[in-house]
Design a protein around this ligand. Structure first.
Ligand SMILES: Nc1ncnc2c1ncn2[C@@H]1O[C@H](COP(=O)(O)OP(=O)(O)O)[C@@H](O)[C@H]1O
Ligand SMILES: O=C(CO)[C@@H](O)[C@H](O)COP(=O)(O)O
Length: 501
């Protein structure tokens, strides 16, 4: 019974699952929170990872570990492997102007967007790493000059687990590389020209591994040391390439890891015809595809997946936190919020929330704010507001589902995951808004599970990851209510007109 560990270092927390490599059975798990904010010192992720691993009973008995992480975050390292500045996260919108500049430099309007979609798979918005590098070059030239390597959150954590053995040992995978804006899912190569265009010069980037290619071995000292980089055995190491020195006799393998959405696809075993909708900090809608996407409108990002295929994806900035915000507004907890939402009629008698509480990425409106439309005496109740919040975040995701269909995705089954899927209101209202049944696997950590499944693939070998059953999924069926999306579309367009990008 070899055991493997999967780690999900996502926006709000770090989650660790320990599973049986062959059967996928859950053995133990742990979690720890991340700090709030859209710029975070990576040391906080490392501390949370160590706390979550400790809560999961440690890693002494595992044969392989993979880390999945929030995509796009810019982690800049200097020559010594020290972090140059706090990481800018995927939901930090300060680089929106840099994104517009980069797109415009490739051509006017549609021509520039098409050039990017063809070169990097996606039209960059503020989330993409390339735009953050451009922002750094323009706004913090002293920091930009210190950058010797740039990597992503999961790359950095994998490297730390390996003992931080020099910049040349940084590793990533196709899935996360495809969210940088300087790697092409079409060719599988870095676009050095785009990296140079963003930062002004070439720096070290992680080697991109295949889906089950080891990234090195766990340095047993890595998890034993102190928290801060540079603190003895725990800090960036020798500068040597390859596995960390001091890896134990057990030689725990490190998987390549991946972005959190690619890991979720692996965690639920998404196949042809499956579309996954994740209601986490971000809202994402994605499918596994055999060919890369290149959407010049920028709505669908043409990512790669964690199995050697592709992951066309739509991402909104506002999902589960819309529930948190509505609960705070109403002075209730998340269970009460769901009860309130289900007590109001479908469509909330015309009350519509456009939930751009953090600005929005899809549609690209980084400066937008949220708004509520259709307030009347009748709709001025907690239940109506709760329902409008749930419907609003789901309508934004339904727009994503349409965009994915327009790019050729087959939608036979919609799988609902992420922290927000724990809400009964989200699960029951989703089929009314999406216009089709949704399947909700039991509440779980599917990103960490996908990472664990990748680790099992690395440990066991073979042409495909081991098949792990997805038991206990429940189908939610409801009569579609098209009026919900029609009213939302009117309110949304009103807001979009106010905040033209
Ligand atoms: N019972 C629940 N009902 C509704 N939402 C929930 C519930 N439990 C957790 N959440 C939501 O889950 C969110 C975190 O989701 P998660 O997928 O873990 O985020 P991330 O992976 O982005 O860090 C929180 O913002 C919270 O609103
Ligand atoms: O930016 C994207 C996808 O392009 C986000 O999906 C991030 O990967 C963050 O994920 P969560 O923490 O919300 O799961």
């Amino acid at each position: 019974m070899p055991l493997v560990a999967g780690i999900d270092s996502s926006t709000q927390s770090c989650k660790v699952v320990i599973r049986d490599a062959e059967t996928g059975a859950l053995v133990r798990q742990g979690r720890a929170p991340h700090p709030d904010g859209t710029e975070v010192d990576p040391a906080a992720w490392w501390a949370a990872l160590r706390a979550a691993v400790a809560e999961a009973g440690g890693l002494a008995d595992v044969v392989a570990i993979s880390v999945a992480g929030q995509q796009h975050g810019m982690v800049c390292l200097d020559e010594a492997g020290e972090v140059v500045r706090p990481a800018l996260l995927w939901n930090d919108t300060r680089s929106a102007g840099a994104a517009s500049d980069l797109v415009a430099e490739a051509g006017d309007g549609e021509a520039g967007r098409r050039a990017w979609a063809e070169a990097a798979g996606s039209v960059p918005v503020a989330s993409f790493t390339a735009t953050k590098l451009r922002w750094l070059a323009r706004h913090e030239p002293a920091n930009a000059a210190r950058v010797a390597a740039v990597c992503l959150p999961h790359d950095w954590l994998t490297w730390r687990l390996a003992g931080a053995p020099g910049l040349a040992a940084l590793r990533t995978d196709r899935g996360d590389a495809s969210g940088t804006g300087y790697w092409s899912p079409h060719t599988g190569d870095y676009r050095w020209d785009l990296l140079e265009q963003a930062l002004g010069r070439r720096v070290t980037v992680p080697t991109v591994l295949g889906p089950a290619e080891p990234a090195g071995r766990l340095d047993p000292r890595a998890l034993a040391g102190a928290d801060g980089p540079g603190s003895g055995a725990d800090g960036p190491g020798s500068g040597a390439d390859g596995p960390a020195p001091g890896a134990g006799a057990a030689a725990v393998l490190l998987g390549p890891g991946t972005g959190d959405n690619a890991a979720a696809a692996l965690g639920v075993g998404a196949g042809p015809g499956d579309v996954v909708v994740s209601v986490g900090t971000s809202g994402t809608v994605f499918a596994v595809a055999d060919t890369p996407a290149a959407d010049p409108s920028g709505t669908v990002a043409g990512f790669a997946d964690a199995t050697g295929r592709f992951l066309p994806l739509v991402c909104t900035l506002n999902a589960a936190r819309v529930l948190d915000a509505a609960a705070t507004l109403l002075g209730v907890d998340l269970t009460e919020l769901a009860e309130l939402a289900l007590a109001a009629p479908p469509g909330a008698d015309g009350l519509v929330m456009v939930p751009y509480l953090e600005g929005e990425r899809t549609p690209n409106r980084p400066d937008a704010t949220g708004s509520v439309h259709g307030l009347t005496l009748r709709t001025s109740t907690p239940a109506h507001l709760a329902r409008a919040a749930v419907e609003g975040l789901l309508c934004a995701l339904a727009d994503g589902l349409d965009a994915l269909r327009a790019q050729g995705a087959r939608v036979d089954r919609v799988l609902l995951v992420g922290g927000g899927a724990r809400s009964l209101a989200v699960r029951r209202i989703a089929p009314q808004v999406f216009g089709c049944p949704v399947v909700a696997p039991p509440a779980g950590e599917y990103v960490a599970d996908g990472a664990a499944r990748q680790a099992a693939w690395v440990a066991l070998g073979g042409a495909a990851p081991p098949s792990w059953p997805l038991a206990g999924a429940q189908e939610y069926v409801a009569e579609p209510v098209p009026a919900i999306r029609e009213r939302y579309a009117r309110a949304r367009d009103h807001v979009l007109d106010q905040f033209v990008a």
